[in-house]
Design a protein around this ligand. Structure first.
Ligand code: SAM
Length: 224
């Protein structure tokens, strides 16, 4: 029947890969990778020599059905990885998973690293109910999206590029008010990992004078 296995990979610290992920990557017929250069280094580190093929946002639209049919007809097992973390979480996977399910190909997803879970848990904000918003639209649709979240009562989780942290915090203050509690986690699992908790105003003041390098997750309390 063929099988697609989604394989999460470390978001910084290589020790976070699981034994099972390494075994699955070794046993697969093919590893589909967002960036084959990035994944080749990772696979080499874990002594995995499975062939790689590129699967990314620029080819996933036409390639997903082709791959799903190949899995089905040739009874193969493909592993899907992204550059870091869990494929399908702000990374390609959805279209391929959908195509596989439609073709009757089994889909498995290994548990593993993803940035939003440690950021949410370290925020100290309610984690019993939350919404993952990923990246806000960069231009068109950004204001509308923010507006739609004005009355959100669940904790909200955003991914943001270091180049837009200040702008994003200013926009969050305009939407939620400067006293809203929030948390920013930077460089999770890496040497310079840092989590700063405070109000949106305090976080804006902090990041105006501190480093904006690395990868960021922003967690914001819901409306009371
Ligand atoms: N698939 C990934 C996951 O499971 O979290 C997310 C990939 S998305 C393209 C990249 C974004 O994830 C970054 O811009 C940042 O917001 C977040 N991210 C990834 N690694 C991170 C890390 N080590 N620390 C903080 N945020 C991280």
């Amino acid at each position: 029947m063929g099988k697609l296995i989604i394989v999460p990979t470390p978001i910084g610290n290589l020790e976070d890969i699981t034994f099972r992920a390494v075994r699955v990557l070794k046993e697969a017929d093919l590893v589909l990778a967002e960036d084959t250069r990035v994944s080749r280094k990772l696979l080499f580190h874990f002594d995995v020599h499975t062939p790689l093929k590129a699967f990314h946002m620029h080819n996933e639209h036409h390639f997903s059905l082709v791959l799903a049919k190949e899995l089905l007809e040739e009874n193969k097992t493909f592993a899907l990885v992204s550059d870091a973390g869990t494929p399908g979480i702000s990374d390609p996977a959805y279209l391929l998973v959908k195509a596989c399910l439609e073709q009757g190909v089994e889909v498995e997803c290994l548990p593993g690293p993803t940035a939003f879970v440690p950021a949410l848990v370290k925020s100290g904000l309610p984690s019993s109910s939350f919404c993952f918003e990923g990246f806000l639209p960069q231009k068109k649709g950004r204001a509308t999206k923010l507006q739609s979240l004005e009355d959100e009562t669940r904790t909200m989780v955003f991914y943001e590029s270091p180049y837009r942290i200040i702008k994003a915090l200013e926009q969050f203050i305009a939407t939620f008010g400067e006293e809203r509690k929030a948390s920013i986690s930077r460089e999770l699992t890496k040497i310079y990992e840092e989590t700063v908790n405070g109000t949106l105003f305090e976080l804006l003041e902090y990041y105006k004078t501190h480093t904006l390098k690395g990868e960021f997750v922003i967690v914001i309390a819901g409306k009371n």
